[in-house]
Design a protein around this ligand. Sequence first.
Ligand code: COA
Length: 341
Amino acid sequence: KMQMTATLTEALQEWESHQKEFQVIQENHQRYMQNLHEVSEMQSCISATIAHQRKSLKDFLQSLKTKGLAEEETKHVEEIKEHIQERQSILSQMEAFLPKKNGIYLCLVLGNVNVNLLSKRLKAAYKDEYEKFKLCVTVILLLLAFTCRFFVTYRFVDALMNFLLVWYYCTLTVRESILINNGSRIKGWWVAHHYISAFLSGVILTWPDGELYQMFRRQFLSFCLYQSFVQFLQYYYQSGCLYRLRALGERHNMDLTVEGFQSWMWRGLTFLLPFLFFGHFWQLYSSIYLLSMAPVPGCKEWQVSVCGLSFLVLFMGNFFTTIAVVRHKLKNTSLNRSKSR
Ligand code: COA
């Protein structure tokens, strides 16, 4: 009996400590809910005032006229106009940390749920996860393409791979829309590229087995293998850029300067670009190959010309966008050099 009482006392003591802990949790949670309520009210209030200020600034800008003013007055008005432009961009920076309505695509896929992440840390973590997701799927695709190319020639396994490609590209378009909502400067073409790639993989999925399919299959699988390899290089370059840019933004790593970042970026780019351009010309080759196959009398499949055209669009978009990106970077680098002199 003695032993039982001792155990009961111990149990009661422990229960007491659980009670205390629970009380603290409850109080903290209550405070948290209250803060959450306040934050949500502040978000609506600030969003509304920003919208109001935007509209009134726009009206004000339209009402500002320099016609018939003296030189001094015109200068003054121009200065105000410049300030308004600056103000607009500051307002946009503020909006990056407020809930936002989704665009049409995200509304269709997700409904109107807020996807704006409300801190820099969360935004950065989401971007990292996007890069890692691409890497993981690339490994799976590489294995599948390798198996199909060298070991297994079943239409069904090919279909499995193409199905994965359709799913992957669709997922990327959703993730990229979320990234853009969160302030990423990803070019519209790269997103369009993923829409077109999803379409292309879908068309290949419906291509019936036959002589033409078998002729195209080998080089398509080799291209998939090559693309996965380039994706590894791209991952290394892009995650390196992200890491360095973040360090530069936070300034906790004082060894890193803008020039240091740019020299790393150019070293990465000059290594990557030949591989990228080779991939682009492979897309052009696939397009010419398919389009020259299309008019042959035995060719009845519509997939041949549609895939040929899609490859052509992909080649043109990828090639010209990459050149535009490099030109823009060259201009920025020389601008930076002349500024630092
Ligand atoms: N896919 C997804 N996001 C991309 C991207 C791509 N292909 N290219 C650039 N971005 C993102 C960057 O991560 C960055 O995002 P952030 O604003 O969130 O930080 C933003 O777009 C701006 O990047 P930018 O400075 O213009 O380019 P970069 O230095 O990151 O990359 C290239 C330049 C040319 C290396 C890159 O665009 C690329 O790899 N393009 C080739 C893709 C291709 O042709 N694939 C087919 C191969 S066969």
